[in-house]
Design a protein around this ligand. Structure first.
Ligand code: HEM
Length: 139
């Protein structure tokens, strides 16, 4: 099993893995504009469909998602669904990566900065979010 450590050289891979494991957007919605058969399941024209991308990101029937509930940096070609897929995939994807990388570089790898306490809102599993993160700059 890959137990790669998180460091300044693999920030992007770590962000990808964090976004796979804890997808901020858990589901996207669609309305079928034509009848279609998906794995034997008939979807009629006009049906509402909820695509649970947060769950798909942990689908271990995909080869690259071995041990899907573990945080493993540097999985091979992980098909990340967090930003959606196809023509309506997120246009802010690259911006999000850049901002996240910038913040991690500036703060987490700054020796004068430390995270004191993180409080999660866990009320509904799958939609958890960060309530607060206490940080400190050490002079
Ligand atoms: C971690 C941050 C973000 C996540 C997880 C995220 C996720 C998503 C997802 C899943 C979709 C697809 C929705 C669907 O298929 O119905 C989407 C679409 C979109 N996102 Fe993001 N997003 C993020 C950040 C951003 C940012 C920073 C921007 C703009 C600066 C942005 C702008 C958009 C737009 C305009 C769409 C609609 C694209 C379309 O319908 O063609 N997103 N996003």
């Amino acid at each position: 099993m890959n137990k790669t450590k998180f460091g300044s050289t693999n920030i992007k891979e770590a962000i990808i893995e964090a976004l796979r494991l804890e997808s901020p957007v858990q589901a996207v919605l669609r309305i079928a504009n034509e009848e279609v058969l998906v794995k034997g399941q008939k979807i009629n024209k006009g049906d509402s469909i909820t695509l649970v991308i947060g769950s798909a990101n942990r689908d271990d029937s995909w080869k690259t998602y071995k041990n899907p509930n573990e945080f493993i940096i540097g999985r091979d070609k992980t098909p990340l669904l967090t930003f959606g897929y196809g023509v309506h995939a997120c246009i802010g994807q690259q911006l999000s990566f850049n901002v996240a990388q910038y913040i991690i570089q500036k703060f987490l790898f700054n020796k004068n900065f430390c995270i004191q306490h993180v409080e999660w809102n866990d009320a509904i599993r799958g939609y958890r979010s960060m309530n607060s993160m206490k940080t400190q700059f050490i002079k």
